[in-house]
Design a binder for this molecule. Structure first.
Ligand code: PMP
Length: 284
């Protein structure tokens, strides 16, 4: 790969982009990130990602190095420079470099990095077959609403799920599903109700989740924002995950047991189609 990446105001070949070993993103995972899908060279659901970025920064008292307008320009320019038609933009802001200390430094300059990855997000073959998940105890920290780069436990959970023969993990806390390792978890009951956990510090406030709730309601699908158990998920008609790069991805097995008919269900398929149709039409 010879991508051009963005680092603190400079456009660099990826091999030349270097940051300090004192960067607090490296030493403390004191950094937040966003992932925005790119389709047809345009940004999908960008407004939501830009808003959540500001929220994560505010929660950690990190100042955004760029104005909202400049940030959008950088997103557009990185797509153009790398000729990305389909894939994603990864953005990370850390507090910056300072002597190692648990207290936030008084005057650090935030480190801003953007890079692209090419990926078939639209024609993902897994959308046709669905994926399997394994339930794993949720041992993450208590501020999952902040999109930090502290992703080691989700990574461990995914490895454990894969060791068990599943594609991904659904995390469980106090008897309820919180979310996937890197996606929001949803079920559709036998009565056709979309159930998704309500917003709190227990989960990341998914941008795709918010879009899917809107889209479902507009399509006349009832939505309940409440926690559900693994047993409820096993008894559901359908299950799926949402995320910026998987859109709506059907889940057809939980802990080796089939959900519904074992193939992607009609509501999951309908929501994926409606998401793609409406969000691509609105992409910027
Ligand atoms: N939950 C977690 C833990 C995630 O990592 C992600 C994706 N980064 C999501 C949910 C989905 O969020 P979004 O739809 O904004 O990508």
């Amino acid at each position: 790969m010879n991508r051009t990446v963005y680092l603190n105001g400079s456009w660099l070949p990826e091999a030349d982009a270097k940051i300090s070993i004192f960067d607090r993103g490296f030493l403390f995972a004191d950094a937040i990130y966003e992932v925005t899908a790119v389709v047809g060279g345009k940004l999908v659901d960008y407004a939501g990602h830009a808003a959540r970025l500001q929220r994560s920064l505010k929660e950690l008292a990190i100042t955004c190095p760029l104005s909202p307008e400049a940030l959008l320009d950088v997103h557009r320019e990185i797509v153009a420079r790398n000729e990305v038609t389909e894939g994603l933009i990864y953005l990370q802001v850390s507090r910056g470099a300072a002597d190692r200390d648990f207290a936030y430094p008084a005057h650090a300059t935030p480190t801003l990095v953007l890079l692209t990855q090419t990926k078939a997000v639209l024609d993902n073959p897994r959308a046709k077959t669905g994926i399997s998940v394994a339930t794993i105890p949720d041992l993450r920290w208590g501020r999952r609403d902040i999109k930090t780069v502290q992703l080691l436990f989700p990574s461990m959970a995914k490895m454990e799920a894969m060791r068990q023969g599943a594609d991904d993990a659904w995390l469980v806390e106090d008897g309820f599903i919180t979310e996937g390792s890197s996606a929001t978890a949803h079920i559709v009951t036998k009565d056709g109700v979309l159930v998704t956990r309500g917003l709190s510090n227990a989960i990341l406030h998914g941008i795709t989740r918010a879009s899917i709730i809107d889209i479902a309601r507009s399509a006349g699908i009832a939505v309940e924002e409440r926690a559900f158990t693994p047993d409820e998920a096993l008894a559901a008609a359908e299950a799926f995950i949402t995320s910026a790069t998987s859109f709506v991805m059907p889940v057809v097995r939980i802990d080796g047991k089939t959900i519904g008919t074992g193939v992607p269900g009609p509501i999951s398929k309908q929501l994926r189609e409606l998401y793609v149709e409406s969000r691509l039409a609105a992409a910027i």
